[in-house]
Design a protein around this ligand. Sequence first.
Ligand code: SAM
Length: 495
Amino acid sequence: MDSYDDIPYQSHAIPETHPQALAALARLSGIESANPQQCRVLELACASGGNLIPMAWQLPGSQFVGIDLSAVQIHEGQQRIAQTGLTNIQLQTGDILDYQPEGPFDYIIAHGVYSWVPEAVRSAILRLCQQHLSPQGIAYISYNTLPGWRMRGMLRDSLLHSVDRQSAPAARLAAAHHFLNRFEQGLGDIDALHSEYLRHEIGHIRSTHPSYLYHEYLAETNQPFLYRQFVADAAGHGLKPFGDARLHTLFAATLGEHAAEMVEDGDSPLERQQRYDFLVNRNFRQSLLCRSELPSLDEPSPEAFARLALFSTLQPPRKLDLRKAKPQPFTDTHGQQHPVSHPLSKVALSLLARAQPAALAYPELEAQAQHLLMQQGDPRFAAQPEHLFGELFMLYAHQHIGASPEPEAMPSVNLSTPAVCPHARVEAPLGQLTGRHHRTLRLGRDEMQLIALLDGTRDREALLTSLNTAREGKPLDKDWLALSLQRLVAEGVLS
Ligand SMILES: C[S@@+](CC[C@H](N)C(=O)[O-])C[C@H]1O[C@@H](n2cnc3c(N)ncnc32)[C@H](O)[C@@H]1O
């Protein structure tokens, strides 16, 4: 039996794999991949569809196919699709080794599988991309990288030794947890660099789902690659990497002067990326590939960024200073703050926050921000669009704001008797919600109950009465409800 049947992987949305995200990055490399609103997507090793199912809801004009070896996980995903009523997605049990899909596909996703399967399956992943990508198609493949992963490999070696006598998956996992506890205590007595690193790694494992420990550290196969090796293997299948889902990693200037100099001395994009990996001790990559013969830029062109549409969840500070180019913190959904300095950028980000979940075309955003700044701030700053460009590009490159090839309008919502979309209704009991832009939010108990009540028949008063009837403690009030509904509007799940 497949170990994923016994210990299913916690399958969830991976924003970097979304066709919109892939298409936006392709545009920066001069590739006109298919319109994400009307495309065909294949996910290899889709587990229970936690990544693919929300995409099928977000992009109703596109078609989605997922396969996975684990019948248990596929069955779980199929049930969720049936409950949601989606008709543009199919999940199938199957082996990548002998899979023969009905291509072509505009986007092929293989996340968390390439390093974790035997060589023959890895070749099959590349072969499937070679045979079934459309001419302008994009493949996303993630894998563990050398030399960085060797450090994680230290812990894997110790863990594999400690579970050696167990064969049943649950017993292996229990033995691994037991070992980690004792190992961490023991390491506490050792004053050495490796001890500090390993304790940090153990903390990282504890912060993740137990299936990660099992399938990352105890997996039968876990093969990291030098980037150079991955590029050679892809070339053997008529594919070339043109970019990376983590855009900032393609710009060495973000590393500091000497590091950037060392990277930029490399005589090819491949050598520059390889040096980058050495410097940052990179242990994971999310490569974007296309057909070798497809013309693409050697390195992404920031200029194309101004032809995209942007969306953002960053919240502005309470009082914006639009008269000085002075850093002010904009807060993301995890509570992390990102300093933004130029008054034009501050206005633009506030406009995006207010328009959530819409994506605004860059030229329109710039014009609106300039207009507002002329009225409300120091008008001299309105004539400095290059600062807006610089700040927004850096926020995008670091994945603090998002981009899509085409603008997206704000959906109209009936806020007097709101209704939540079937996708959110099915997902909410799991304590999570994947929004319009493929981010997963954790839900509290009250929000889960609110979503269950949002069927379009209750006004705000009726919602509060139902929520408070069975509730212990302080009753929920109008302000709580308004904020919660606003959050759901921003995620695009209300209709
Ligand atoms: C680490 S999980 C990643 C799942 C998902 N892509 C994600 O990132 O959430 C690896 C998945 O690969 C699947 N898998 C392993 N070998 C496979 C094969 N030969 N054919 C299809 N799926 C396979 C497993 O069943 C498992 O669901």
